[in-house]
Design a protein around this ligand. Structure first.
Ligand SMILES: O=C(O)CCC(=O)C(=O)O
Ligand SMILES: [Fe+2]
Length: 348
């Protein structure tokens, strides 16, 4: 005799599970996957994590701790009124000037043929210094990136704290008619692996220079996707627009899937993006060639170091002088920085 099991109890169980999940999702509105933040176990658990369906917006008066808490949970956060109106105005003018020097992109995929990009922002704008030095951006970057690692020097276990550096700067103007950019992780520049590398390499900022709306191509993000492993593909249907007023900013980690939205409006959407990265990785945008030394010399000391003129605790990036591995920062006071290293004037 064939045994035939009734399917009814199975349906009831599935239904109970679904309603339970929906209730939990509503009650928590968080990504429980965050509990397993950056541990190998999230490889398994992220598939069952409940993702928030938009980025949280915090006021500009929020603390660094609040900002970091939301970023670690969701992968990103919007900070309303990140810049005051005077600074926004200045940034708008400077960015518009820089963008007029660029033509549209030549490639239809990532770069976009109706998108204008202008980099080298530390050489071309003054306001990028204020963006980089904003206490919430640099504070969150330090918190997220400067987690010490233990290394052995002989039998002594020494904690080493990574430096942070500026990795890239770019004004991005998405014009009407531009389609969606493929969703991607910005830490792809370092071929970062998830979850194997077990930490973040980058904190990115996108400052809204114009309003960012779904219609004009606001950056689309998949909240919670910073917890995904590298096997899971991002889908546009899972993404939501990071809508914000001009002067606000979205902060997100390098592992968060995101991409520019489609501009279906009749005016360009303009944003300024830059990253703080782990200081021992290669800079995405070559800052040594992008910022002329005479411009660099008049920037604040901390900014000079962020632009790569620093060695940190492990000597990375040193220059040799009198047999000593020296921080290049120490030569910036010199009248003739390149001359210090024997570059003949006639070859420059
Ligand atoms: O313009 C945007 O909204 C995002 C651009 C972006 O993610 C990129 O070019 O890497
Ligand atoms: Fe990106």
């Amino acid at each position: 005799m064939k045994y035939k099991r009734s399917t009814w109890p199975v349906f009831t169980e599935i239904w109970q599970l679904i309603t339970c999940i929906l209730k939990l999702k509503k009650a928590l509105n968080i990504a429980p996957g965050a509990v397993f933040f950056k541990r190998p176990t999230h490889f398994f658990f992220h598939r069952f994590a409940f993702m928030p369906n938009q980025l949280t917006t915090l006021p500009g008066t929020a603390s660094v701790e609040e900002v970091v808490q939301v970023i670690e949970r969701d992968g990103g956060v919007v900070i309303a009124d990140f810049l005051d109106s005077a600074l926004l105005h200045k940034l708008q003018g400077e960015v518009e000037n820089a963008l007029t020097e660029s033509s549209f992109g030549q490639e239809d995929g990532f770069v976009g043929t109706s998108t204008r990009r202008a980099s080298r922002l530390f050489a071309r704008t003054k306001s990028i210094v204020d963006v980089a030095s904003h206490p919430l951006f640099v504070g969150a970057a330090r918190h997220i990136l400067q987690k010490p690692v233990g290394v052995w020097f002989g039998e002594e276990l020494k904690p080493v704290t990574p430096m942070i550096q500026v990795g890239m700067t770019q004004a991005i103007q998405v014009h009407p008619g531009q389609g969606k950019q493929p969703l991607h992780r910005d830490d792809t520049v370092f071929l970062w692996r998830h979850p194997e590398f077990g930490r973040e390499a980058r904190l990115q900022i996108m400052v809204a220079v114009t309003d960012f709306t779904e219609a004009n191509g606001a950056t689309r993000v998949i909240p919670g996707s910073h917890l995904w492993d590298d096997l899971r593909p991002p889908k546009q249907s899972e993404s939501v627009p990071a809508e914000m007023r001009a002067g606000s900013a979205a902060l997100f980690v390098g592992s968060l899937y995101h991409g520019a939205g489609m501009n279906d409006s009749d005016a360009p959407r303009t944003g300024v993006t830059m990253s703080f990265d782990l200081g021992h990785l290669r800079q995405e945008e070559n800052q040594y060639l992008s910022v002329p030394i005479n411009t660099l010399k008049i920037l604040p000391e901390e900014v000079q170091r962020w632009l790569g003129w620093e060695t940190g605790e492990t000597f990375i990036g040193y220059v040799e002088k009198n047999g000593k591995m020296t921080s290049p920062y120490l030569f910036l006071e010199s009248e003739d920085v390149l001359g210090e290293f024997g570059w003949p004037k006639e070859n420059r």
